[in-house]
Design a protein around this ligand. Structure first.
Ligand SMILES: Cc1ncc(COP(=O)(O)O)c(C=O)c1O
Length: 416
């Protein structure tokens, strides 16, 4: 990919927006289906996997075939990668946290990554030096839990800042993951990120943030790389099943996960057609908004900023992956909260425990089966030969909300 180092490129064609059933879709007029950037390519991501697979907690997560959804949608197959069991943390985010922390520690110790393992950092003589390091981050829950877990494996502590309205259950889950000071602030997610960055700067802590901005890109890049292990596992599991994805739907907050996975998949399936859609909550859809404005630059979301999808409640795109999302995705969706709730119930019936941010794309896939959206489905090319890949990125990270939505039908599909 040629445009990685340019935040802005002249747009080609017009990005059209379509609205239906409370959902919106933007079509990328000139998507680039070439390989992703080198930092998400086979060589660099193999080094990431070597760190992950050597961890005692490492287990491949399940790839579940969703036959009922495939039948409803009229496609050959739908698969969902179930990240609810990743490292015992209920979400995929630890993949990014632990790899970024490992890289940051190696860099601070002046050690080359190919010469030191995670286990060596945990043992004398390096441990005494590592233990003195302190980390900071802002989080809606899942990323912070991953950072605290990774830090505690190295005997380090972390300071974690959460946005206003964060679930106390998610805050407690972070404290339970290791040695952490956790504060629910009265800031937005993006405000909490800025606050964490300022605190880290003032106190000399290392900021491990899952989004980036000009001048802070090295650590976020390693987080994005960390997420590729999940896509690598899914691709290997599909190989074993004798399948190849023709479509992938990726939910986005700042877009680090979606960009990382898409960049990896574009290289992994370079010779084959793969249609990619980025999916965000209607009230906070920064990638969607940027695709809609279509001037090449990332833009802030415009909406109320209120959504049940805590993990996706981010108003500013991650600059490290923005060029991938801008150039290498085909469609952008913004959908209301009930789409996520619908997805949670659907996945629950299929035996997959999936939280609000995890189940969003399954909800969209099911909505695309509706007759009112037949032309959207056709535009996406979802036909009887399609194989759709989804990532359920979290389990029931807020068990009380999960119960309300799944057992009591909160946020029902409206009669429209
Ligand atoms: C469960 C879950 N899914 C998806 C995402 C989206 O990741 P990103 O912010 O990289 O777009 C998050 C982010 O916190 C998350 O917690």
């Amino acid at each position: 990919m040629e445009n990685m180092d340019r935040q802005k490129r002249p747009p080609a064609g017009e990005a059209q927006t379509h609205s239906r059933l409370g959902m919106e879709m933007v079509v990328n007029p000139s998507p680039d289906h070439g390989p992703g950037p080198a930092f998400l390519g086979p060589e660099e991501t193999a080094a990431v996997r070597a760190i992950h697979t050597a961890l005692p907690e490492y287990r491949e997560t399940a790839l579940v075939r969703l036959d009922a959804l495939a039948e409803e949608l009229g496609v050959r197959a739908v698969f969902v990668k179930d990240e609810s069991t990743r490292f015992g943390l209920k979400a995929f985010k630890g993949l990014g946290g632990i790899y970024a922390l490992y890289c940051a520690v190696c860099d601070q110790l002046g050690l080359r990554r190919d010469q030191v393992s995670f286990a060596q950092l945990q043992a004398p003589p390096l441990r005494e030096r590592v233990e003195r390091m302190v980390f900071a981050t802002a989080t809606d829950g899942n990323h912070g839990k991953g950072v605290v877990w990774a830090a505690s494996k190295l005997g380090c502590s972390a300071h974690v800042y959460m946005p206003r309205g964060s679930s106390p259950l998610r805050a407690q889950a972070i404290r339970d993951a290791g040695r952490a000071e956790v504060l629910i602030t009265d800031l937005t997610y993006d405000g909490a990120v800025r606050y964490a960055a300022r605190m880290a700067e003032e106190k000399g802590w290392t900021l491990i943030q899952d989004t980036s901005w000009p001048g802070y890109e090295q650590i976020p890049r390693t987080i994005v790389q960390g997420y590729t292990t999940m896509a690598w596992e899914a691709a290997a599991q599909l190989d074993t099943a004798g399948e190849r994805p023709t479509h992938v739907f990726l939910q986005a907050g700042v877009g680090a996960m979606a960009g990382g996975v898409l960049g990896y998949l574009r290289s992994r399936y370079a010779a084959a057609p793969l249609t990619a859609a980025i999916v965000e909550p209607r009230e906070v859809a920064c990638i969607f908004r940027s695709a809609q404005v279509h001037d090449g630059a990332p833009h802030e979301a415009v909406g109320s900023g209120v959504t049940i999808m805590a993990g996706l409640n981010c108003g500013e795109p991650c600059t490290v992956v923005w060029p991938i999302l801008r150039d290498q995705a085909d469609f952008y969706f913004s959908c209301p909260d009930w789409v996520a709730a619908h997805g949670m119930r659907l996945l629950h019936r299929a035996g997959v425990t999936s939280g609000e941010s995890g189940a969003f794309t399954a909800g969209l896939a099911s909505m695309l089966a509706r007759a009112e959206l037949a032309d959207w489905k056709a535009a996406l090319g979802l036909d009887e030969n399609a194989v759709l890949l989804l990532f359920s990125t979290e389990g029931d990270t807020d068990p009380v909300a999960y119960k309300k939505i799944v057992d009591e039908n909160a946020f029902p599909v409206p009669q429209i």
